[in-house]
Design a protein. Structure first.
Length: 402
């Protein structure tokens, strides 16, 4: 097990000033609405916010003044040249708030610290053969202690929480991971969210890892999104998310958009699950069969070991499976856009998108509109960023912040 942080105790002096911070408390709805609009548009003048929200100019002034005093907004330089008073654009303050995001994957984990704009300020990572609750608690607490210890005393009170992105029902994946069921069974009776909340003394939120990646696209994505779209994230296993009316739709159990479980043709006339053909574990297994080292695939998403023939075969098979999944989902939800992202080199992701487009064209979609397939804009860190977006969204944004 490779780990970039040691120890598991968080010094109390590093967390004593986080709890109860007025700045990091829940914002009133209108304040959250203003923050959401400024995040979405980058910079807005008071008059623009009043027009978008329907609030009076006086109300907007009071809200913006309060947010400035709390250090969440900053004024830009006045824009002159128009009739009347110069327009003053208001932006989010990068140091206005900070958030931790913990991604627990099947082969690696990351803890990142982001600022109010979503920039990654610091990070710690670990790789392993499989995750266990004790190892994850140890890694998270040690990494948190190092990362928050490196922050200035002025910034620590602005830490607003930690989000966890984790595959749900990890105990069901012992077989595909090739580990004894007893090793993964410990996840059944552990509440890692509650344990970390008690240890770190700050609010902790939890979401399915693929849904979190989709959430990152909503909050931090660099393009305009339609109100409804389907999202794929290709990691050790493939997963995804469903966005309806501009919001991530998780369903009653949090498993809506569990695209990896979608039945698709897997070859030999057999129907299997999408994870069998479109997951990175399938590519790693094929490379390993050719004697190619694959451990570095889980360390970083670039500079992977490669075999052109093996990669081409995986891209074709994965693209076919994704295309069938898209066709089925589109018949149900009438989705016009599909985004694909993942823990992989950009070139590999682009090849996969082209493969999915090609295979989708070969499927008879008479009677429905064929959706557009495009690349996600957040990249390999989507799951960790999505985790960090959980406390950000809960405390500072409206439900439709994306």
């Amino acid at each position: 097990m490779n780990q970039s942080a040691q120890g598991s105790e968080v010094p109390k002096e590093l967390t004593s000033d986080i709890r109860g911070s007025n700045q990091s408390g829940m914002r009133a709805h209108n304040e959250r609405l203003v923050l959401s609009l400024v995040r979405r548009h980058g910079a807005l003048a008071k008059s623009e916010i009043a027009r978008m929200t329907g609030l009076s100019a006086q109300t907007v002034s009071v809200i913006m003044r309060a947010l400035e005093e709390d250090g969440l907004l900053v004024r830009g330089e006045p824009v002159r040249g128009r009739v009347g008073q110069p327009s003053v654009p208001i932006r989010l303050a990068p140091d206005g708030a900070f958030f931790f995001g913990l991604k627990i994957g099947r082969r690696s984990a990351d803890l990142i610290l982001i600022d109010f704009l979503g920039n990654v300020r610091d990070r710690a990572s670990i790789t392993y053969k499989y995750p266990t609750p004790d190892a994850m608690i140890s890694f998270a607490t040690a990494a948190f202690a190092r990362l928050i210890g490196a922050m200035s005393e002025a910034d620590r009170p602005r830490v607003s929480g930690l989000g966890i992105a984790i595959p749900f029902q990890l105990w069901d994946w012992a077989g595909p991971l090739g580990v004894p069921e007893s090793e993964m069974a410990t996840w059944r009776n552990r509440d890692i969210r509650a344990e970390l909340e008690a240890s770190l003394l700050l609010p902790v939120y939890l979401e399915n890892d693929a849904s979190s990646a989709c959430g990152a696209e909503l909050v931090f994505g660099t393009q305009e999104h339609p109100a409804d779209f389907l999202y794929f994230y290709v990691g050790y296993f493939i997963g995804g998310g469903l966005v309806l009316n501009g919001r991530l739709f998780a369903g009653p159990t949090g498993n809506a958009g569990a695209l990896g479980s979608m039945p698709v043709p897997v070859g030999g006339g057999r129907i299997g699950q999408l994870i069998e053909v479109a997951s990175l574990q399938t590519l790693a297994r094929a490379l390993h069969a050719k004697g190619i080292e694959t451990a570095s695939m889980w360390d970083k998403p670039e500079g992977w070991p490669n075999d052109a023939e093996t990669l081409a075969g995986w891209v074709d098979q994965a693209g076919s499976g994704i295309a069938y999944c898209i066709a089925s989902a589109t018949c149900v939800a009438d989705l016009g856009t599909v985004l694909i992202d993942g823990w992989m080199p950009r070139q590999t992701r682009d090849m996969l998108i082209q493969s999915a487009r090609r295979h989708l064209k070969a499927i008879n979609l008479s009677g429905i509109a064929v959706p557009t397939i495009a690349a996600g804009t957040v990249g390999p860190d989507s799951r960790a960023l999505g985790a960090a977006s959980l406390p950000l969204s809960e405390r500072y944004l409206t439900d439709s912040a994306g």
